[in-house]
Design a protein around this ligand. Sequence first.
Ligand SMILES: Cc1ncc(COP(=O)(O)O)c(C=O)c1O
Length: 431
Amino acid sequence: MTQQAAPSVDLLMEILPEESTISDTGELSIGGVPVTELARQYGTPAYIMDETGLRRQIRRFVDGISSRRPNSEVLFASKSLPCVAMYAIAQAEGLSVDVAGGGELMMALTAGVSPERIYLHGNAKSNQEIQMALEAGIRAIIVDNFDDLDRIEKLAAKPQKVLLRMIPGITPATHASQVTGGNDSKFGLPPADITRAIARIEAHPMLEFEGIHVHIGSQVLETEPFAAAVRSVAEFGSFSTYDVGGGLGVKYTYDEVAPSVDSYLDTITEAADRLLPADAKLIIEPGRSIVARAGITLYTVNTVKTTGKTFVAVNGGMADNMDIALTGQRYEALLATKIGVEPTVVADVVGRQCESGDLMCQDVALPDPQVGDLVVMPATGAYAYTLANNYNGACKPPVIFCADGSSTLAVARETYEDLLHTQQPALQRRW
Ligand SMILES: Cc1ncc(COP(=O)(O)O)c(C=O)c1O
C-alpha cells in the first residue's frame, strides 16, 4: 500500500458535522446518535443531518450579517436542501427562503414559511408558477427576462414587488457548470437591457420595482468575486434593494480551503457599506454553505475487490450524489466504526451505478474494509438529496435529522412501489 496514516481527529472535525463524536472503539455519532443505530433504524444509504450544527451555522449568517449591516436579509437558497423539515428550520432560525419554481414554493408553504419571506427565482418560469406565487402573496418575484416580465405583467392582479436579475459579467473560479455570472450566462438580462426592463416594471400599475439581483456561481472558494458582485450592482444605480446571490464554497476534502462565514460577510458588507446607498437593503442567498457540512451520507459496503486496483463498492453512488459525476466533486470517505484505526489498504470508494465516473473517493487509505462495514461520506448536506435520482432503479434515500441523542425522519426512503407509482400498465397499447 502507498502508506497513508489515518487522518487526525482535528482534520476529520473540519469536514464532519459540528456535533460529531467518536467513541473509544472508533464509532461515529452524529448529534449524539451512533451510526450503527441510524443504520439499524433507517437502513442505508441515508442522508443524516446534524440539526444543532445546522442551526448554529444559520445563526452565523443571520446574526453575522445583521450585526454588520442591520438592513439586510439572508435567504436560504432552498434548492440546496429542498425538504419540508429544512424549510421549517430555516424559518424558525430567522432565514427567509428563495425558491426556484412551483415545487419548492409548495414545500416552503407546506412548512409554514410566511409568504412575506419567500422570493421566487427561475429563468423559465411557467404561467402556473407565476400564478402560484402571485396567489400566495410572496415577498418578491425575481424577473429573469422579458418573457418572464410579459407573463407577470399579464397575471398580476394585485400589487407585487419584483427584483430584476442582471448578468454581472463575473466568472469566478469554480466548475464550469456552476458559473452563472459570466457574460454568456442563461440567467438574467445583460446590463444593456436593464434600463428598459426597469422602465416597463415601473410603468405597470401592479408592479413595484425593488432593485437588482446578481448571482455569480456556486462553490466559490475566494471572497474577492463577492466584492466584485457588489461592485457590479452598485455601478448600476441607486435602488432600495441589492441582492448579491449566494455561492460561498465549502471544504469537502482535507486539503481544500474555504473562506469562513465571517470573512465572506466582512467582504460583502464592507463593499456594500462603501458602494451602496446607506439605507439600501442588502440580500444574500447562501445555500451550500448553510447545509453542506451539517450532512453526511451513510452507506454500507457491498463489495471489496481487487482488479487493476482495489475497489470498495457501497450500496449508493451517483444516484444519491450526482455531483460526483456532474461536477467531478471529490469527497472523503471513512469506515464509520473504525475511525482512527490504522489503514491497511488504499482503495477507490465507488458506487453501484453503471458508470466508471461513479467514483466518490479516489485512493483513500482504509482500515481493512469488509463487506457490511458502514461508510460515511462527509459534507454531503447540500445538493445530494436535491439531485438524487433513480439511476439503475435506485430508490432515493431518506433524510434524517439528529439532535441531542435522538433522530427524526424528515423524508422517507423511496420504495419500489413509489418507483412504479407513475408508470402506466404495460402493453395497453402497442408501443
Ligand atoms: C439564484 C441563486 N441564488 C443562490 C444560489 C445558491 O448558491 P450556493 O448554494 O452555492 O450558495 C443559487 C445556486 O446556484 C442560485 O442559482
